[in-house]
Design a protein around this ligand. Structure first.
Ligand code: EPZ
Length: 422
């Protein structure tokens, strides 16, 4: 397996282009199943997760043509020839569970593997299934698969989610666009990814109001048509590279970055003494000579602080002056980076959903590994500030979500290298 070697090399300087958003793109790809005309996506990130979902969509009869070196794609689901999403793929990529809404919405039938738990938590899908049941779908669970059927089509319903779920909001929204009547989603996710999905569905002819608020109203239409849609900038990639100059020092411009995508992070960085400013091409983040101050962080659904940036923020807090408390409220097991950061000399005490981090003067390079995407990248960030060499293994996690990570960091002066396994 490949590994990435990071050698602490002081301040960063330059610009990093931000790719299209992975989590937005994956849901848009699933939505292509709703229409019989081509959906063209541009600003597609060239990532292994996108390739994995491509195979699943192809297995359902959707033709996928990759263009511009993987940065654009045309998805044509003129016919859905298979309604079974197999465990082999769904287990690799949870986002593939989001073919359920489009399949049942368009075909009145779907068999989709349950995704199972994963490293960061149990990640149930009960909210997805309850919402479809409320819309009249008959749902059974057999041998690890969800069998959903609504032979006469789904019916609009009022669905109040007990807590915010990005995936359930998006799956239900897709199911509702072709349903008979009006669906109202209460306590809906307000993530930019969810708003982008609604924008794309509207461009395909759907009638959706209120995306970006906690109440979304979807009036069913008979049919969707094709469109071309540009994937928004990846706010988690953006946030990750905003933390890079904060931890290593220096100044980096994030091309394509927008403050509205990462408002909660920008506020916390400013509270910690880091400058965040709009620039002509995006956002610029600069750390001056003063030490970084400790700040407390609690993860929350958008517009709160994203759980997907908690690990990276923890890496920053390991080098800050003072003590900070990071509280994880979204996933029950998302501190797996803590023991690895401790291997690098960090002082972290994890107790339930809280981690207390006391900043140290200097992190030290060490061999480390992590079991999920964001945890892995937090170790790379820590490596930028560490003395000596940090070797991060299990790099395949990073390849799921960060396009050309080494190139991007090298272009701003970091010493980062991939060591290919024989
Ligand atoms: C999405 O996951 C993202 N993935 C995650 O990004 C992100 O961390 C998460 O939203 C929160 O922002 C994609 O978009 C592909 P949820 P999702 O449903 O939709 C519980 C990354 O690193 N829950 O909002 O699966 C669930 O277990 C990934 O890019 C239920 O209990 O997240 C969690 O505790 C990781 N029942 C909470 O709700 C359900 O039916 C929020 O999950 C659904 C969710």
């Amino acid at each position: 397996m490949d590994s990435i070697v990071v050698t602490g090399n002081g301040a960063l300087s330059g610009a990093i282009p931000i790719a299209g958003a992975k989590n937005t793109c994956l849901k848009l790809m699933c939505a292509a199943l709703l229409g019989d005309e081509p959906l063209t996506l541009t600003n597609v990130p060239n990532l292994s997760d996108v390739k994995t979902l491509t195979s699943l969509l192809e297995s359902l009869g959707c033709e996928v043509a990759s263009l511009q070196n993987g940065h654009a794609m045309v998805l044509s689901a003129s016919e859905v020839t298979n309604r079974v999403a197999h465990y082999d793929i769904v287990r690799k990529l949870r986002a593939s569970f989001n073919v359920l809404g489009p399949l049942i919405g368009r075909c009145g039938e779907a068999v989709v593997s349950l995704p199972g738990g994963c490293a960061i938590g149990a990640r149930k899908v009960d909210l997805h299934l309850d919402a479809l049941r409320a819309m009249g779908a008959d749902i059974t669970l057999e041998e690890g698969y969800v069998h959903a059927s609504a032979p006469r089509g789904l019916k609009g319903a009022e669905i109040a989610f007990p807590f915010v779920s990005v995936g359930a909001t998006e799956n239900t929204m897709c199911a509702a666009v072709l349903a008979k009547g009006t669906t109202v989603l209460k306590n809906a996710a307000r993530e930019p990814d969810t708003v982008a999905l609604a924008d794309c569905l509207r461009a395909m002819g759907a009638d959706i109001e209120g995306a970006g608020t906690d109440e979304v109203v979807i009036r069913g239409v008979d049919r969707l048509h094709g469109t071309t849609h540009r994937v928004i900038a990846d706010r988690i990639e953006l946030g990750t590279y905003m933390i890079a100059p904060a931890i290593a020092g220096g100044s980096v411009e994030l091309i394509g970055g927008e403050r509205r995508l990462v408002g909660a992070l920008a506020d916390k960085l400013e509270e910690a003494g880091i400058e965040v400013a709009d620039s002509v091409r995006g956002l610029t983040v600069r750390r001056g000579n003063a030490p970084v101050k400790s700040v407390d962080v609690t993860t929350a659904p958008f517009p709160g602080f994203p759980t997907d940036l908690q690990a990276q923020m923890m890496a920053l807090m390991c080098t800050a002056e003072g003590t900070s408390v990071l509280e994880e409220t979204i996933f029950e097991n998302r501190f797996m980076h803590a023991p690895e950061l401790i291997r690098m000399g960090a002082e972290i005490d994890v107790h339930g959903g809280h981690a207390t981090v006391t900043g140290v003067d200097q992190l030290k390079g060490a061999p480390v590994m992590a079991t999920d995407l964001r945890a892995s990248v937090s170790l790379i960030l820590a490596g930028l500030a560490a003395e000596g060499e940090t070797v991060v293994s299990r790099v395949y996690h990073l390849d799921r979500g960060y396009e050309r990570l080494e190139d991007k960091l090298r272009s701003v002066g970091a010493l980062v290298e991939r060591v290919r396994a024989e």
